[in-house]
Design a protein around this ligand. Structure first.
Ligand code: ADP
Ligand code: ASP
Ligand code: MG
Length: 296
């Protein structure tokens, strides 16, 4: 079994989603597919929260409408015809019945304290991955959808919100062990507080971490991080055209580069897979035949 994580650009357009479908369907073993929100959507959801807090009803409503249209036009292009109606209805309901009321709550209730605003902000921001995963699970025949907050759990330690390893490990096993379904689809990034059930996140860029947690708990054969560059470089290939691709590196080398700001992998991702010696392959969704970078 392997875990494949697709980032925002990989699920961000019709063309890229069709590549994701090809990559997943070519797998000859069981796969757990972890997806980010479509590119730009997490920022858009945060902007919606800000506008609601400023009582700009027309602005956030129009953003919500555009968000819905973007997902619906993607569904029309990538989801098989027989599943389109159900998928489109689900997406419409997430936006109109969940997101719109949450934004209105922020707009109308001027007395909300900071912690309540934070709770609603998290509930809103979780929808990016909920929407993208709805599309990916409907796009791939036979794929089983999962809801990450049911098994990716956080807790408060001191002032910080951290992964609740013990409960996550138990719940991830319960969710997946023994399943023979060939393709599972899970939202990256999103979680819930074990004690209260409130939606939480693993931090910006956290979908990589979700994938590593699942791979580690289940002892996956490999973790694959599918992104928009050919692999791990010695510096950001988008800002340095002299950047050199690193074909293979150790977990320690990868951790150092991540800690130094290499955005290609979210820093907490490395430790759980390093401890269990699970190889990590960084691959380009848009250039799948390139060998990528192997971290082991
Ligand atoms: P995803 O949405 O797939 O998670 P990210 O934007 O989080 O993608 O990470 C991929 C980006 O990381 C690349 O587009 C690249 O610009 C940037 N990046 C920064 N440093 C590096 C590096 N050392 N090697 C590769 N990519 C890097
Ligand atoms: N969608 C989240 C973000 O934009 C998580 C991720 O993409 O990994 O930060
Ligand atoms: Mg990322």
């Amino acid at each position: 079994m392997k875990v494949l994580k697709f980032g925002g650009t990989s699920v961000g357009s019709i063309e890229s989603l069709l590549l994701v479908k090809e990559i997943v369907e070519a797998c000859e073993e069981q796969v757990i597919v972890v997806v980010s929100a479509m590119s730009g959507v997490t920022n858009e959801l945060l902007a919606i929260v800000d506008e609601a807090l400023k009582h700009r009803h027309a602005d956030y409503t129009s953003r919500l409408h555009k968000l819905l249209k973007r997902h619906q036009s993607t569904i029309e292009a990538v989801v098989p015809r027989e599943a389109q109606f159900q998928c489109s209805n689900a997406v419409e309901s997430f936006v109109n019945d969940n997101l719109q009321p949450l934004a209105e709550m922020l707009d109308v209730n001027t007395q909300l304290d900071g912690s309540m605003v934070e709770i609603i902000r998290n509930a809103v921001v979780c929808h990016g991955e909920v929407l993208s995963s709805a599309i990916v699970s409907c796009m791939i025949a036979g794929a089983e959808p999962h809801f990450a907050p049911n098994f990716i759990k956080t807790c408060i330690t001191g002032d910080a919100m951290v992964l609740d390893w013990k409960n996550t490990e138990e719940l991830v096993k319960k969710e997946f062990v023994g399943s023979t379904v060939p393709v599972h689809v899970v939202q990256g990034f999103i979680a819930s507080d074990f004690a209260t059930g409130m939606k939480t996140t693993l931090g910006r860029g956290g979908s990589d971490y979700t994938a590593a947690i699942i791979a580690a708990v289940l002892g996956a054969r490999q973790l694959e991080i599918w992104t928009d560059v050919d692999g791990f470089y010695d510096s950001d290939p988008r800002t340095n055209d002299q950047a050199k691709l690193i074909p293979e590196m150790t977990y320690e080398q990868a951790q150092k580069l991540c800690d130094a700001g290499a955005k290609v992998i979210y820093p907490p991702t490395i430790a759980p897979v390093a401890v269990r010696h699970i190889p990590v392959l960084v691959k380009n969704t848009f250039n799948a035949s390139a060998p990528g970078t192997l971290i082991n």
